[in-house]
Design a protein around this ligand. Structure first.
Ligand code: DX5
Ligand code: ZN
Length: 217
């Protein structure tokens, strides 16, 4: 079954408890937490303190997406804050294999993300070390951007690699996902759909999640 990962980037933080409760009641499996540093991407969000506070609000799987340079400096803090799955960018560190191994050592699920310009082949030599491969379907940094259709080919390619080498690994797609492309993404091999504006851009994110999930049934 497809895993839904609502992205809090587009949520209303003045009503965050209510917004989380809405997607939780609708059966969301993950909460996707976008960490941005203003260096790897041209935007800034939050760090471990805020995530630790959010942790008190929900038992859902906390799925951190680190869009930061030198992620190795901060992963322990995010793990301690309560992140269950931690994904960093292959473009942001020269030692991805070391960091993937470290994430597993500290009890997190280890995720590796690739930007739109990064080919799936870059994952070849580390795929056994990944619990998640995150294919960006927009350029990271902002919610509400338009889906880049070539991501579908990359999901298919990642599916083939993972089926061959590490079938347990999940494929997550992030950026511009919604009712228009959810079916295609799942057919291409996506396991986890991140959705920000598609859910939190509506008055009732939980109802929207239920509606989109029903379209996949
Ligand atoms: C973008 C983030 C996404 C973002 C997706 O850099 O990684 O998780 O929240 O937002 P939508 O679903 O609106 O494209
Ligand atoms: Zn994200």
């Amino acid at each position: 079954m497809t895993i839904f990962a609502p992205s809090l980037l587009s949520a209303d933080f003045a009503r965050i408890a209510e917004q989380i409760a809405s997607v939780e009641a609708a059966g969301a499996e993950y909460l996707h937490l976008d960490v941005m540093d203003g260096r790897f991407v041209p935007n800034i969000t939050w760090g471990p303190k805020i995530i630790g506070d959010l942790r008190k609000l929900s038992p859902l799987v906390f799925d951190a997406h680190l869009m930061i340079v030198e992620p190795e400096r901060y992963v322990d803090d995010f793990r301690e804050a309560g992140c269950d799955r931690i994904t960093f960018h292959i473009e942001a560190t020269p030692h991805a294999q070391r960091l993937l191994t470290h994430l597993r050592d500290i009890g997190a699920k280890a995720g590796l993300a690739i930007c739109p310009q990064t080919p799936v082949e870059m994952l070849q030599d580390v795929i056994e070390d990944c619990d998640t491969v995150l294919v960006m379907s927009v350029n990271p940094g902002f919610g509400g951007q338009r889906f880049i259709p070539h991501a579908l080919d990359k999901v298919r390619e990642a599916r083939a690699l993972i089926d061959r080498r590490n079938p347990e690994c999940l494929i997550e797609v992030d950026g511009g996902a919604g009712e228009e492309n959810a079916r295609d993404l799942v057919d291409a091999g996506a396991d986890v759909l991140v959705m920000g504006s598609a859910l939190f851009g509506t008055p009732d994110p939980g109802a929207e999640l239920r509606r989109i999930r029903a379209l996949l049934a």
